[in-house]
Each structure stands twice: as C-alpha cells, then as structure tokens.
Write a protein that binds this ligand. Structure first.
Ligand code: MG
Length: 159
C-alpha cells in the first residue's frame, strides 16, 4: 500500500455583492468572496490537497480561471472532477484535514454542515474530514477582514 499526502492553500478577497461559500455551504454575511468561480476558498484548498497527494498538479492547471466554463462554477463540481482524476490515477482519499482562516463571521455554527458537505463529496464518513477555523487576531489580510484563507492536507492511499 502506498500512502501519499498533499497540501492545499488558497485565499480570496472579500467584496460586496458576492456569496460567502465555504465547503459548499453558503453562509449569511454582508459580503462574500471574489473569484472566477463561486470562490469557495476551502473547497479550492481541498482540491489542491487531493491533486497534490496524487502528484496531479494544481487547481489552476485543471480548471483555469480564463475558462468561461468555470465562471461562477460550483466548486464542489470542480472537486468531483478532481476526484475523478485522482481515482483514475489509482488513489483513494482516506482523510482530509482543513483550517479556515477567517476573521468573521464565526465558522463554529456552520462547522458540522461544512464537514458533512465535504465528506459527502469526498465519499468519506464525516469522521474522516476535519474542519478547523482560526482568526488572524487582527493581523494581516485575514485579521483586517480583507479576505479569507484556507489550508488543507489530504491523505490518499493506492492499494
Ligand atoms: Mg481559489
């Protein structure tokens, strides 16, 4: 059995008139994240983590932001497509750990929904997906509320 790990990092800027979507869950807020797709920063980090573990490059190579097909795309659909390529390479996702970097709104009330959403798409039990969140303590782009970031680590196996 071969075990591989991959890391993913993403960030998006807050802007008025956009939705805030984290792990496929829309969260009520007075602004949302800017981006070519739905700007689901957490799902983008997860996509990069699973692609990374399978040595399949990054999200920008698979789903370029110059491609009109991906304008306002549901990032969970991009995750589905990434997982198809990961499975075609012989890998199965075993576990995903994530951290959301966000000053506000609070992630806590939405944590279980985000976990269930990602686990469903990854074909994992909720116990195999972890969602953590932290603020920037007022520092940097996260702390100033200019944007949100997300980190993910994926563990894949090939039997
Ligand atoms: Mg992104």
């Amino acid at each position: 059995m071969t075990v591989r790990t991959g890391i993913g990092w993403d960030s998006h800027r807050f802007t008025p008139g956009r939705r805030l979507v984290l792990g496929g869950v829309e969260i009520a807020h007075d602004e949302g994240l800017a981006g070519h797709s739905d700007a689901d920063v957490l799902t983008h980090a997860v996509i990069d983590a699973v692609l990374g573990a399978a040595s399949l490059g990054d999200i920008g190579q698979h789903f370029p932001d110059t491609d009109e097909r991906f304008r306002d795309a549901d990032s969970l659909v991009l995750l589905d497509a990434a997982l198809e390529r990961v499975r075609a390479a012989g890998f199965a996702v075993e576990h995903v750990d994530t951290t959301i970097l966000l000053e506000r709104p609070k992630v806590g009330p939405h944590r279980d929904a985000i976990r269930a959403s990602l686990a469903g798409r990854l074909g994992l039990a909720p116990e195999a997906v972890n969602v953590k969140a932290t603020t920037g303590e007022g520092m940097g782009f996260v702390g100033r509320g200019e944007g949100a970031g997300a980190l993910a680590v994926a563990t894949l196996v090939r039997r």
